[in-house]
Write a protein that binds this ligand. Structure first.
Ligand SMILES: [Zn+2]
Length: 334
C-alpha cells in the first residue's frame, strides 16, 4: 500500500493531518527518542552522523525500534534521518547516490515496520491501534553541523536564506520521493531557517503535509532569541505547513509554549519534548533529571493536550515506556 496521504492538489492536502488526528480521537501520539533506544540495543552512535550511522551499520536495529514504538501505541513514527544528510554521508566517503539510497532506506524501514505491525494487529481485530503514519525526519542545518547551533540558532553571517534552501533541497526531494506520509522538520532554531523551509516547500511543490518544530532553550523564545510571534508569522502564511510546535526542549517549558502557540497560530500544535535530563557536554553524559520521569511526563502531557496540543510525543531520552504512558492517558481518558 502506498502513502496514506496522496494529495493531488492543495484542497486535498490541507486538512489531511487534522483528519487523521480527528480519527485518532483528537490527539495523536508521536514516538519517542530514537538514538536513546538504539543505544539500549547496543548500537554505537557516538559519531557526527549520530543515529543515521545505523542506516549503514545496523538497519535491523532501526526496524526493531520502530516496532517497539508502534507496540507502545505511537500513531506516528519518525524516521531515522534526523542527522542523515547528503554532505554528511559524502564526508564519510560515500557517493551521492549511496547517500540518497540511505535516505530512501530510512523511509522504507519505517514504512515496512508500520505495514508489518499493522498486518499483525489487523488480525487481532479488537485493538486500540490506529494505522500509523510515517514522518520523515529532517533535522535543522545546525543538526548537520553537529556543533550545537541547533540550540543557539547562530549560523553566522555567511549563512543566508539561499544557502539554507540549498542545504535542504536535495534531501527533501529524495525523502518526498521515498513516500512518507508527513515531513517532520525538527529542532529549527531561528526564523531564517523556518522561512527557508516554507519557501522550499512551495518551490518544490511538495504535496504531503509538513510540521515544523522549534527547539527552545529559555522556554519563551526560539534559540536564536527571536520571538515565536515573529517565527510563526512566516509559517502561518504557508498552506503547506499543517503543524508547528516544539521538540527537544525540556518538558517543563512546554505548557506555556503551547498556550503561546495557541494564540499565535491556527495550525495543529505539535510537541515532543525531551525527558528533561540535561547533557553534560564536558563529561559527555546525561545528568539524571531530578523531577522528571515517565509518570510526571504523562501528567504534564494531559495539560499540553488540554491547552490545545494535538500531536504529542517524546524526543531525546524518552523511551517506549514514555510513549506507552502517553498513549494510555491521552487516548483513553479524554
Ligand atoms: Zn531530542
Amino acid at each position: 500500500m502506498g502513502v496514506l496521504f496522496e494529495a493531488k492538489n492543495e484542497e486535498q492536502r490541507v486538512g489531511m493531518l487534522e483528519n487523521y488526528i480527528e480519527k485518532a480521537g483528537g490527539c495523536a501520539i508521536i514516538d519517542g527518542g530514537f538514538a536513546t533506544q538504539l543505544e539500549i540495543h547496543g548500537a554505537d552512535i557516538n559519531d557526527p552522523l549520530w543515529s543515521a550511522l545505523c542506516l549503514i551499520n545496523s538497519p535491523h536495529l532501526i526496524s526493531k525500534v520502530h516496532l517497539e514504538y508502534l507496540e507502545a501505541g505511537a500513531d506516528i513514527i519518525v524516521t531515522s534521518s534526523y542527522q542523515a544528510t547528503l554532505p554528511g554521508f559524502i564526508s564519510r566517503g560515500l557517493s551521492l547516490e549511496q547517500g540518497e539510497k540511505l535516505l530512501e532506506k530510512s523511509v522504507k524501514l519505517a514504512r515496512d515496520a508500520r505495514d508489518v505491525f499493522w498486518k499483525t494487529v489487523e488480525k487481532i481485530g479488537d485493538h486500540s491501534y490506529n494505522r500509523a503514519l510515517v514522518a520523515a525526519s529532517i533535522g535543522s542545518y545546525g543538526a548537520y553541523l553537529a556543533d550545537g547551533s541547533e540550540y543557539s540558532g547562530c549560523y553566522g553571517d555567511n549563512v543566508d536564506l539561499e544557502k539554507l534552501k540549498d542545504f535542504h533541497r536535495r534531501r527533501l526531494q529524495v525523502l518526498v520521493e521515498a513516500g512518507p506520509d508527513i515531513l517532520a522538520f525538527e529542532t529549527i532554531p531561528n526564523k531564517l531557517e523556518a522561512q527557508a523551509i516554507a519557501e522550499l516547500l512551495e518551490e518544490e511543490n511538495v504535496q504531503i503535509p509538513s510540521w515544523i518544530c522549534f527547539s527552545s532553550v529559555d522556554g519563551v523564545n526560539a534559540p536564536s532569541g527571536e520571538s515565536f510571534d515573529d517565527c510563526l508569522k512566516v509559517l502561518n502564511k504557508s498552506k503547506r505547513i499543517e503543524g508547528v510546535g516544539i521538540n527537544c526542549a525540556p518538558p517543563q517549558f512546554v505548557h506555556s509554549l503551547v498556550q503561546k502557540f495557541k494564540e499565535l497560530t491556527g495550525k495543529v500544535i505539535v510537541v515532543y519534548p525531551n525527558s528533561g535530563e540535561t547533557w553534560d557536554g564536558i563529561q559527555k553524559r546525561w545528568l539524571p533529571s531530578k523531577c522528571f520521569n515517565d509518570d510526571k511526563f504523562k501528567v504534564l502531557a494531559t495539560r499540553w493536550r488540554d491547552s490545545g496540543a494535538k500531536l504529542i510525543g517524546g524526543c531525546c531520552r524518552t523511551t517506549p515506556s514514555t510513549v506507552r504512558g502517553l498513549s494510555k492517558v491521552l487516548k483513553h481518558s479524554s
